[in-house]
Ligand binder design. Structure first.
Ligand SMILES: Cc1cc2nc3c(=O)[nH]c(=O)nc-3n(C[C@H](O)[C@H](O)[C@H](O)COP(=O)(O)OP(=O)(O)OC[C@H]3O[C@@H](n4cnc5c(N)ncnc54)[C@H](O)[C@@H]3O)c2cc1C
Length: 423
């Protein structure tokens, strides 16, 4: 029986970076990476730039294909259907059995499609994969999208709306709440972003969803009936209502799962020689707090850490959750949220905002301070990448007495002075 040193399920961001890290090991260990998506690996978070025509498939795949040509890597394009921890094996869709010494589950997630009558009709699309994106671009270029409706006004829905508009498609956006991107924006920021969308011709429907998707005589989408009883014609419907984690394999294998695959800080699952990384993970830290992090950067970092711990678990490295940071861009307005950017408990919290509109940009910054430290930030507009603020927040650096908080925010996050202040 042949036993592979390291088997990775999923060649997304987490699986790819795990594989790269494992390759750095100087011995002759063999690595098998299995992914059912024939295109993997590609930069999933950059698919929007393909719709915007800023990048092509070549750039999305980047230089990563040379990685898979390495003789120590065996890439298999198949679905893993079973994990058997009892004999350290996985079974592929064609019934091939592969035995592993250490296994990494990096299966990410899939687009959640709510149960709306008609969601199976041709012309209703998710956007998760390169193949989904190819199809969107092709149909748009054939001039077949005169008007599209997007259900879901979170980051993915708004990003897709903007990308489709840039590709010449007319778009209407549906939010089931009275706001946009609620996971990042407060009500003022959502108002500013909504104005940007309206200015660019996107109609927003608030507190509305689809009660039915309607088909034409060719069994293709012709419109929707909204939950407000309105009939709206369209020739494409996009469902951007969130992501579900691919936990079934782990669950069926008897691993501990809740919303994600439960791991400790070292990304080790309830089976000692099985690790997990990326979107699929739910980390339970030393204080028993649960963390679900579905972001591109952290998925890669988790892949690297999991790989290190798979190679040497005698002195494991914890995954540093650090201060939360998410980023997107709305019509040339950078949007970052960091740390506790919407604190629920306002006891002892001081909040400052800066809200200034110029002819080109609306800058809206909001900072929360506690015990003379920055605990969270929402930044919309032209402020520089506040990545250093993530360090200031996670390291809990205090604000030196000679620096006013008002100045920090008015200068678009004057972080050098805090970072390099003598303490
Ligand atoms: C359109 C879009 C835009 C995004 N934009 C951003 C952004 O701007 N910023 C940001 O931080 N994040 C963004 N994200 C989220 C980011 O892409 C994810 O956090 C990241 O891709 C997670 O990486 P992962 O490796 O954990 O999972 P994935 O990228 O989902 O990769 C998992 C892989 O596992 C494979 N797989 C699953 N099950 C099996 C199985 N049983 N057998 C074989 N293979 C399997 C899948 O085919 C897939 O290739 C975006 C996501 C999408 C969909």
């Amino acid at each position: 029986m042949k036993i592979i040193d390291y088997v990775i399920i999923g060649a997304g961001q987490a699986g790819f970076f795990a594989g790269q890290t494992l390759l750095k090991q100087e011995n002759k260990t063999k690595i098998t990476i299995i992914d059912e998506d024939l295109d993997s690996f590609y930069y999933r978070a950059s698919l929007k730039y393909m719709v915007k025509k800023r990048v092509g498939e070549k750039e999305l795949i980047g230089t990563t294909q040379s990685f898979f040509k390495n003789k120590r890597i065996n890439k298999i394009a198949q679905k893993v259907s079973v994990i058997n921890p009892s004999d350290n094996s996985v079974i592929l869709g064609d019934n091939t059995i592969i035995h592993y010494k250490k296994l990494l589950i990096a299966t990410g997630g899939y687009s959640y499609i709510p149960q709306i009558p008609g969601s199976e009709i041709e012309g209703v699309y998710p956007q998760r994969t390169l193949e989904d994106t190819r199809r969107i671009c092709e149909i748009a270029d054939r001039g077949k999208f005169k008007k599209c409706l997007i259900l879901g006004a979170g980051v993915l829905g708004t990003e897709l709306a903007e990308s489709l508009v840039e590709r010449g498609v007319k778009v209407e956006l549906f939010s089931n709440r009275n706001t946009l991107v609620p996971r990042m924006l407060d009500s003022r920021a959502a108002e500013i972003v909504a104005d940007l969308f309206k200015k660019n011709g996107v109609k927003i429907h608030y507190e509305a969803s689809f009660s039915k998707i309607l088909e034409d005589e060719n069994k293709k989408v012709r419109g929707v009936e909204t939950t407000k009883g309105e009939i709206i014609d369209c020739d494409g419907v996009f469902i951007c209502t969130g992501m579900k984690r691919n936990i079934e394999l782990a669950k069926n294998a008897g691993l501990n799962v809740e919303r994600g695959i439960l791991t400790n800080n070292f990304l080790q699952t309830s089976e000692p020689n099985i690790f997990a990384a990326g979107d699929v993970v739910e980390i339970v830290d030393d204080k028993q707090s649960h963390h679900l992090i579905d972001l591109w950067g952290p998925a890669g970092d988790m892949g690297k850490i999991a790989a290190q711990n798979m190679m040497d678990n005698s002195n494991p490295i914890p995954y540093n959750i650090g201060a939360f940071h998410a980023y997107t861009i709305f019509w040339k307005h950078n949007c970052h949220v960091l740390g506790d950017f919407a604190p629920k408990d306002l006891t002892g919290v001081e909040t400052l905002t800066y809200d200034q509109k110029s002819s080109t940009t609306h800058n809206y910054y909001k900072m929360h301070f506690k015990d003379n430290r920055i605990i969270g930030i929402l930044s919309l507009g032209e402020a520089r990448d506040p990545i250093h603020l993530q360090h200031i927040i996670s390291e809990q650096l205090s604000i030196p007495p000679n620096i006013s908080k008002k100045e920090i925010i008015e200068r678009g996050f004057d972080y050098e002075r805090i970072l390099y202040a003598k303490r």
